[in-house]
Design a protein around this ligand. Structure first.
Ligand code: PBE
Length: 265
């Protein structure tokens, strides 16, 4: 084996993201369930990615909380650690949530949300161009320019006529990509769109309370189950907008272990 000259001290940490993310809740659970001799370090999505980049440059041991779609899998040679106890769930989808009265209040908007869905590779391409230096809005616009037929299909015959729309999201790379795309789609349809970034818990609460109209940032059924269960009576799951998502612990391929079970060894 080449690199990986790290010490046990490096090994005692899992590099996480924003506290409150579903993946953080499940990682605490994984530490418990597998009896891991590790602490979860909270950070931000950007912070996690830069720690990963640094470690890979020096071929050091690192474990991060990771998810797919994400640009990091296009950039680096990475693998998920097997999760034999199923703490992170299996295949995830990304869902669209709306406040309860949205369909009645803004049927045009709601019908676009009922149609909006795309593939992992679409989201990943927007994420990658942001990672490569494009502004969020430029990357989103570029994807829209390359996918005009799809976008026209989502919009259909809806005319927003300046109606205000508020969309909540969290500053995860995946949701920065999707929410900026949705914003431009809705603007193309004639809506007056405001996007607001909050944490995961407050996001569910904002949809449930009707403080925002909707979000396309719900990772289910496992990742954000605790939030969904808390608020599900007060919101509507409009549809799955992306299938084949995944969440778990991720290491560079040069890290020799393959399973969460082996983290203590
Ligand atoms: N994530 C990315 C989120 C959903 C999107 C996996 C970091 C989470 O709640 O953990």
């Amino acid at each position: 084996q080449s690199g990986d000259q790290s010490t046990k001290a490096d090994k005692g940490k899992i590099i996480g993201i924003e506290p409150g993310a579903g993946i953080m809740i499940h990682t605490e659970e994984a530490i418990d369930t597998y009896g891991l001799d590790y602490t979860l370090v909270s950070s931000s999505s950007a912070g996690m990615a830069s720690e990963l980049t640094k470690a890979i440059k020096e071929e050091k041991w690192i474990v991060v909380t990771g998810w797919t779609p994400h640009w990091m899998f296009a950039r680096y040679d990475l693998k998920y650690l097997d999760d034999p106890k199923g703490v992170y769930g299996g295949e995830e989808y990304i869902g669209t949530l709306a406040r309860k009265d949205l369909k009645a209040d803004k049927p045009g908007l709601y019908s676009i949300l009922e149609r909006f869905n795309w593939k992992a590779e679409d989201m990943e391409s927007v994420m990658l161009s942001i990672e490569e230096g494009k502004k969020d809005t430029e990357a989103a616009q570029e994807w829209i320019d390359n996918n005009q037929e799809t976008v026209s299909g989502w919009i259909g015959d809806i005319i927003g006529d300046g109606e205000k729309v508020s969309v909540g999201y969290v500053l995860w790379d995946s949701e920065i990509a999707s929410t900026n795309v949705l914003k431009i789609v809705l603007e193309k349809a004639g809506f007056n769109v405001k996007i607001s970034a909050v944490d995961a818990g407050p996001l569910y609460q904002a949809v449930a309370d009707g403080d925002v109209d909707c979000t396309i940032s719900a990772w289910l059924p496992a990742t954000q189950a605790s939030y969904y269960e808390k608020y599900e009576d007060d919101l509507v799951l409009v549809r799955k907008n992306l299938e084949g998502a995944k969440v778990g612990l991720v290491v560079p391929s040069y890290v020799t272990i393959n399973s969460i079970d082996e983290l203590n060894s």
